[in-house]
Design a protein around this ligand. Structure first.
Ligand SMILES: Cc1cc2nc3c(=O)[nH]c(=O)nc-3n(C[C@H](O)[C@H](O)[C@H](O)COP(=O)(O)OP(=O)(O)OC[C@H]3O[C@@H](n4cnc5c(N)ncnc54)[C@H](O)[C@@H]3O)c2cc1C
Ligand SMILES: NC(=O)c1ccc[n+]([C@@H]2O[C@H](COP(=O)([O-])OP(=O)(O)OC[C@H]3O[C@@H](n4cnc5c(N)ncnc54)[C@H](OP(=O)(O)O)[C@@H]3O)[C@@H](O)[C@H]2O)c1
Length: 446
């Protein structure tokens, strides 16, 4: 009885078994009792309707380019070319050109860096500035490998956000001074969606990328910036982000990238919980492990193995989450689906009953507990127990650091990874401290 079809755009496109574009998803007339949906798909000009017991919406949150042309006076008289970052494919067309990239999100900085190897000059225009994290952390290990751990999360839970921001900003400024490089925003580092790039400071210091404030006005062949400077410009790449919408989904309107969903997944007001949204979050970390947990929870709800809270409770939770986000993040339509990586995954894991129990682990399997607490928080952690438990999860966690190291070695080697390199005596001391910390962590966690 239980069938789910995943959608991917394009006739015969990959990832959807060739079912084509989803044109319409609507409730069946008997939805209140059946919870069923009618799904109309189109492939090679032919439409087909089918009935489904449940629908997962996985259409991504980059469906529409956000191109705020109205914010740029004079663009109509600009004689150069302009495009949105989603239409940028390669630096070749910009060879020896003067290019402005607008926006310092991940797209803007990635494109500015790449263009700087081909263009005559790249200007990177930003209205608010941005903190820029680096992917390569201490000793060359990946940043998330070293810093996205339960131990680090515990520190974050215990310390005020301003203190954590202070230390993180110091660290980022030690790499390159954000004021010196013209990128320092007024907001604190944890109040924005993070931008990650290792190459930008190098391209700025070598003069290939010049940071500029917001564009005040376009002239025929130039741009005037808010600091009064004027530069000749041949092309503009608007890396101004995305918005999402669900044109195929009847009755679901997205306003300024906001849609009320319980835990960013479930509409709170459906008679039957047979619709879930997957991947409509923006974490500091990969979306895929989160989407996996979301799918695991959604399918259990669809199957009736778990229920959702009453609509009033879900609405109250949605309002609280929205308020917390508004208090923390700079007001912008790019900050409507922000989640903290481990806390949000733990929230989902609690719903599923798969959150690792650190206290039990420390008492029964201290070696594993140490890696779960101090090592990178990988999705295997949510396969140790509960529905969907995987017998290989323990081994996968204990060997994860070796796999990262091995990928960097010309030949397989037993070179230990950064957090495994902690001396044994420290490990023992940490173990003792960890048991105490675990108690605090457990009492502070959802
Ligand atoms: C330039 C760029 C770089 C990124 N880099 C990273 C990164 O390094 N790490 C990371 O974690 N995230 C990154 N992201 C975010 C990234 O988009 C997501 O992590 C990931 O692609 C999300 O997967 P998804 O399946 O939810 O959405 P998507 O990958 O966007 O997939 C959605 C799919 O749904 C299809 N679709 C939409 N509407 C319909 C319809 N009506 N009918 C049928 N199919 C439909 C689309 O065609 C698409 O195939 C990046 C985003 C961008 C824009
Ligand atoms: N390598 C990667 O991992 C990678 C690469 C690309 C994208 N991504 C992901 O894809 C998503 C989209 O990233 P994105 O960079 O395309 O978009 P984004 O994060 O939304 O950034 C948009 C940028 O455009 C600016 N902007 C928006 N409207 C503007 C206006 N009217 N005038 C001036 N500036 C304006 C924003 O400035 P304000 O901050 O001032 O609003 C911001 O700097 C993110 O989740 C990102 O992490 C990841």
């Amino acid at each position: 009885r239980f069938r789910v079809r995943a959608g991917a755009r394009g006739a015969g496109g990959s990832g959807n078994g060739g079912h084509g574009v989803v044109c319409r998803v609507s409730k069946r007339p008997d939805f209140a009792s059946s919870g069923q949906w009618e799904v109309v798909t189109e492939s090679q000009g032919k439409q087909e309707a089918a009935v489904f017991d449940a629908v997962l919406v996985c259409s991504g949150h980059h469906t529409d380019a956000h191109l705020p042309l109205g914010s740029f006076p004079g663009l109509e008289k600009f004689e150069g070319c302009y495009l949105h970052s989603r239409d940028y494919k390669s630096p070749q067309p910009f060879m020896e050109k003067q290019v402005v990239v607008v926006g310092v999100g991940n797209s803007g900085i990635d494109i500015a860096v790449e263009l700087s190897h081909a263009a005559k000059q790249v200007f990177l225009s930003t209205r608010h500035g941005s903190w820029v994290l680096h992917r390569v952390a201490e000793s060359g290990y990946p940043f998330d490998f070293c810093y996205i751990s339960r131990f680090m999360q515990l520190l974050q839970n215990l310390l005020p956000l301003s203190i954590i921001s202070f230390f993180l900003e110091r660290k980022l400024n030690a790499r390159f001074d954000h004021t010196l490089y013209g990128l320092k925003p007024k907001h604190r580092v944890l109040h924005q969606h993070l931008t990650i790039n290792d190459d930008l400071p190098n391209r700025i210091i070598s003069g290939r990328v010049r940071v500029k404030p917001n564009i005040q006005e376009f002239m025929e062949t130039s741009a005037i910036f808010e600091d009064g400077t004027r530069e000749d410009v041949d092309a503009v790449v608007f890396a101004t982000g995305y918005s999402f919408s669900f044109p195929f989904l009847e009755g679901f309107k997205v306003v300024e990238n906001q849609i009320p969903l319980y835990k960013f997944m479930f509409p709170p007001d459906l008679e039957k919980p047979t619709l879930a949204f997957i991947g409509f979050v923006q974490p500091l970390g990969a979306i895929m492990p989160i989407s996996e947990l979301q799918c695991r929870w959604a399918t259990r709800v669809f199957k009736g193995l778990q229920g959702l809270p009453p609509p009033t409770d879900m609405l109250a939770e949605i309002t609280q989450t929205k308020q917390r986000m508004a208090e923390r993040y700079v007001k912008s339509q790019r900050h409507t689906i922000q989640v903290d990586y481990i806390p949000y995954m733990d929230e989902l894991a609690c719903q599923l009953g798969v959150k690792p129990n650190l206290l039990t682990l420390f008492l029964t399997d201290p070696k594993l507990a140490m890696e779960v607490a101090f090592g990178p928080c990988t999705p295997y952690q949510y396969r140790l127990r509960g529905p969907g438990a995987w017998p290989g999860a323990r081994e996968a966690i204990l060997t994860q650091q070796q796999r990262v190291v091995r990928a960097l070695q010309p030949q397989a080697s037993g070179h230990p990874a950064c957090s495994s390199a902690v001396p044994h005596i420290l490990t023992v001391l940490f173990s003792i401290g960890m048991i105490a910390a675990t108690l605090i962590y457990v009492s502070l966690s959802p």
